[in-house]
Every structure is written in C-alpha cells, then in structure tokens.
Design a binder for this molecule. Structure first.
Ligand code: ATP
Ligand code: MG
Length: 567
C-alpha cells in the first residue's frame, strides 16, 4: 500500500462495522476488496469515493485491494482509458501492487462456470431474439412467461453453447440464460442473460472469443476468483444482489464474497455519469476529459486540486446508504484547507493599473525577501523586487470610495504588501479612463519597520512593472447553472443547463518574477485573490497560463443565499 497518511482510521461507517464483525467472528482473517472500473471512460470524483473506500478499507484492515478492469463489453471499451484510469488511481495515492487484473483474464474460467451451470440444468440456450425475450419478461406488476426454449435438454444446450463459442452463429441469434424463475418479483431473476454472441475484437483478447459474458455473471465470479471478501458497490446494484448470490451458489465458486451497497456520490451543479461526460467531450462543450471544469480526476488535477484534497473530501462525505447530493463548496473547502497549508504565496495583479511613485528614485530597485509561506518557514523565501513603477489591481482603487473602503483612493493611503505605505496624489486619465495613479511613498514605513502613530488599514498587493511577468489567467465557475442538470424536466436536455459563463479568460495579468520558476501543476496562492495552478497543457515559461483552482473564500454560499433567502 502507498505511504500516504490515512487519517480515516477511525471511520465508523456501516461497511467498516460489518468488516470488523467479520474479523471478530473469524469469518475472515484477511480482507480483500477490489475497485472494478469499466474502461469506457475516465474516472470522476464519484469513482474517487469508491477508490477511497475500497483501497482505504484494505489498507486499514491490513488486507489488499485488486485493481480490476471490468472489460466485458468489447464494443464500448478502449485501451486509451486503461492507462488514464491507472494514472488517475496512482495519482490519487493508491497502489494495487501486483494486483492488476481484468475480467477478461477470467474468460476461460467463466466459460467453464457457464458449462457447469448448463450441466446442472441451471442455464439454457435461448433462441428467441432480443425483442421476443423482452416481450416475455413481464413487467414490475406482471410476471414473465417461460420461453419455449427453456425446456431444452442439457445435451442440446451444451451442443448449442459450444457452437456459440465456436463462432457458428450470428450475433443475436442465441444467448445463454440462467434458469431461475420467470415469475420472480425481482426482474433481475427472470432468467437473466449470461452470455451473448458478439463477433467483435476485444482490446485484450483480440479475436479469441465471440461470446462475451454479461456484467452480472462476470462480476461476482471474478470477485470469487480473486478471493474478494467484501464486494462494495453502489446502490443501483442492490436489486442485483440476489442474482449475485444465486450465481455464486449454483457453481463451484472458490468462495462466497459478500456484496454491500452504498450510495453514489452526486455533486450539485455537475454531472457524473460517464455517458454524459463522454457527450460533453465528444460534442466539444469542454476542451477534453481533463478540462479544468470537469469533475474528472484528470480535470481536477489540471485545475490544481491536490490528491490530498480529494482524499479529504472522500473522508468528509463518508459512506452510507442515504442520498449523497453534495454541495460543491464541500469539495472546494477541502481544496482550500489543503492548499492553505501547502501553496506558496505570490503576488499577481489580474487587472493591472499603473502606479508611479513620484518620489522614489528613478533607477533604483530594492529587493524584499518575503517568506513563501507564512506558517512554513522551511519553504524558504523568494526575491521580490520593488521599483518606482508598479501595478496594482484596478479593484484596489476607487475614485469615490464608499465608506469603510480601506484600499487606495485620491488623497488616501494604503500599505503595499511587504513594502511601503503610499499615498495617492493624482489620477491620470486618457479618454475618460483612468490609466495611471501618481503616488508618493513614506520611506519610514518600510515593511517590518513600524512607523510611529501611523494607522493604515488597507494592505494591497502589487508587482514591479519592470520586473513583472505577463500571464493569462482562467477563472472558472461551475460548468452547469442548475443544481441538478436536466433533472426537473425529463424531456430537458442536460446540455441546456450548461453555464454559459463557466470560464473567464483574463489575458493581461502581471505576476511577480518568482513565478518564472513555476512548473506545470504547481499551485500558488495569489495573495488576496485565490489559488491558481500552472496549466499543464497551455502554460510555457514565456507565456504563463494559470487556472484558478478555487477562490479564497466561498463566494457561492453568499450568491445562493441571495437567490434563495429561505435557505
Ligand atoms: P457511471 O455511472 O458514471 O458511468 P459506472 O458506475 O458505470 O459509472 P464503473 O466504471 O462501472 O462506472 O465504476 C467503477 C466503480 O466505481 C463501481 O464500483 C461503481 O459503483 C463506482 N462508482 C461509479 N460512480 C460512482 C459514484 N458517483 N459514486 C460512488 N461510486 C461510484
Ligand atoms: Mg458501470
């Protein structure tokens, strides 16, 4: 297991309770779990919940966790996703060691189990087509009807199934079904399909197979073959549990894993289904799977979320069976907490306004050495040059300041962070627009030297013009404007709920020269502005691009409050 700190050792959710009981009673000596993604898309924050649970539980109880690709559908799967998924899990801080497996590793064993079921009279070859099968299946209120092929003999079934495997039949002409109960109130038990013919190449087994097992048949048996003790999955599989157990009991499975369901994670103002994420990517509503607005693990990473923040989030939301619609600020708060501890501080001016300090010597440069982090002296210092001409943020100056405005205004004073107190004496306009401020400074107020009797409430950030570096900054907002995209009206396309203002690009920012050393994915706190990450795809040393990871404070709580005052 990896060396990350697991701080959820004291978690007491219902799954850990069951596991503790199973260990105490001696039912299991070692806990085995698995994380079983289907390689038909990249991982999202919902998967992180499952990864954190499966690997977390294994680590906590000194067991192990398989990283298993559930690759039974050759049509939808793609090798490109496999590498991405492994990268994402590794990045999140988890290590499967030697235990990287695929459902397709077990195709031969699964086929043998299928023959065993036929031998025992527990499976039959169905020759109705999909439409006819559906018609006989019944509904939630009406029982299904037996297929005429249900009475085939074991010999006939065996011959047909072998011919299916041998490639003698066309796609859709036959399937293998479990023989359970067509009148079961649980539709999953109405003779579910176990195998179908698919004459397509599989990304791992190539053309070795033309029959492929279905999920329900594959999953439990793969669990059993790996010695999984607790098969943890999301609630939509609850109705499949009787089938999961039935299959394991009908064949000579090496062990009987226990399936336990928990609720899926949903985040308001986002979508987490792979089908929808694929649509966003394919129709180019976003720049790709790793678009910083996507709640995919690669998107969050590119946005600047540290893996530790995602683990903290998973810990905080916990595990239960109740609906799990989480507010985005819970996730954002985790990023703030983590980044407050780890992100170096710098100054960056997003909307520059020129300030000339008229009484500062013309060709002089001073160098300040502020700490990179106020609470972590071991992070060292950086060199911050100061000169006669600086930029401040346009937002930090008001011609007609409202009461209690503590930043710069005509005739008013403000402290430049780490430098001096300046006073604004003159405002220069061009075509009615403010283009420059003329200020004077007070030499006695050099940072660290307390000037007597001087009360200056405001502190603002700045950069020296001559030493500053240009940068582009991307401010992100939620990708969707509605809390449950496409939900309230089933006819409504979730794309209609896309937030048209989910990104604002500010191209003429000025940042302090320490950022020239920044590497892709480094995250900084731009003082007073927020946390920003060097974009791993677009940023170059000569043209820096930053993604805003998160604001310093939760600005949405306030907005929501204004929109829904009853909350
Ligand atoms: P989606 O519905 O997003 O397409 P999926 O469930 O089909 O996802 P899989 O690749 O089958 O995706 O998922 C692998 C594991 O991750 C499964 O055990 C699944 O239950 C779990 N998982 C997927 N989405 C979530 C979620 N939102 N919250 C918690 N666990 C999830
Ligand atoms: Mg799935």
């Amino acid at each position: 297991m990896s060396d990350i700190e697991f701080s959820h050792k004291s978690a007491t959710d219902f799954i850990r309770k069951i596991i503790r009981e199973d260990l105490a009673s001696g039912k299991h000596q070692q806990i085995v779990t698995r994380f079983p993604p289907e390689p038909n898309g990249h991982l999202h924050i919902g998967h992180a919940k499952s990864i954190h649970l499966n690997f977390g539980v294994a680590n906590e109880f000194d067991g192990y966790c398989f990283m298993r690709f559930d690759d039974t559908n050759p049509v939808k799967e793609d090798e490109q996703y496999v590498e991405g998924i492994l990268n994402d899990v590794r990045w999140l801080g988890y290590d499967w060691g030697e235990r990287l497996t695929h459902a397709s590793d077990y195709f031969e064993r699964l086929y043998e189990f299928a023959e065993e079921m036929i031998q025992k009279g527990k499976a039959y070859v169905e020759s109705l087509n999909a439409e006819e099968i559906r018609e006989l299946r019944g509904t939630l209120t009406e029982p299904g009807k037996d297929s005429p092929y249900r009475v085939r003999s074991v010999e006939e079934n065996m011959t047909l199934f072998r011919k299916m495997r041998g490639g003698e039949f066309e796609d859709g002409s036959h399937v293998l079904r479990a023989k359970i109960d067509m009148s079961s109130p649980n539709i999953n038990l109405r003779d579910p399909v176990l195998y179908r013919i698919r004459k397509v190449s599989h990304q791992r087994t190539a053309n070795q197979w033309c029959v492929y097992p279905l999920y329900d048949f594959t999953h439990g048996l793969s669990d059993a073959l790996e010695g999984v003790t607790h098969s943890l999955c999301t609630l939509e599989f609850e109705d499949h549990r009787p089938l999961y157990n039935w299959i394991l009991e009908e064949v000579s499975a090496p062990c009987l894993p226990r399936q336990i369901e928990f609720s899926r994670l949903n985040l308001r103002y986002s979508v987490l289904s792979k089908r929808r994420l694929i649509q966003l990517v394919e129709e180019e509503h976003v720049e790709g799977w790793d678009d910083p607005r996507m709640l995919t693990l690669s998107g969050l990473r590119r946005r600047g979320y540290p893996a530790a923040a995602i683990r903290l989030f998973c810990e905080r939301i916990g595990i239960s069976k109740s609906e799990n619609n989480i507010e985005m600020n819970v996730l954002e708060d985790c990023a703030r907490e983590e980044l407050d501890k780890t992100a170096p501080r710098v100054m960056a001016v997003l909307r520059p306004l020129k300030v000339v300090i008229t009484d500062y010597p013309k060709n002089e440069t001073e160098e300040f050495e502020p700490a990179r982090h106020p609470k972590n002296p071991e992070m060292g210092t950086r060199t911050l040059p100061f000169s006669r001409e600086i930029y401040i943020d346009r937002d930090d100056f008001r011609e007609d300041p409202p009461p209690k405005y503590f930043r710069l205004a005509p005739g008013k004073e403000v402290r430049l962070r780490f430098a001096y107190v300046i006073r604004c004496n003159e405002v220069i306009y061009e075509n009615g627009k403010i283009i420059e401020l003329r200020c004077t400074y007070d030499k006695a107020t050099r940072s660290g030297v307390k000037a007597e009797g001087r009360k200056v409430k405001g502190i603002i950030h700045w950069v020296s013009i001559q030493h500053s570096v240009s940068a582009e900054v991307r401010l992100y907002d939620r990708l969707f404007a509605a809390p449950y995209p496409g939900r309230d009206d089933p006819e409504r396309d979730f794309l209609k709920d896309l937030n048209p203002e989910s990104v604002e690009i500010i191209s003429k920012c000025k940042v302090e020269p320490a950022l020239l050393e920044a590497k892709p994915e480094d995250v900084f706190q731009f003082e007073r502005v927020g946390y920003f990450c060097v974009d791993s795809k677009k940023s170059r040393p000569e043209a820096l691009v930053f993604n805003r990871t998160v604001t310093l404070r939760d600005t949405w709580a306030k907005l929501e409050q204004e929109k829904n005052p009853q909350n």
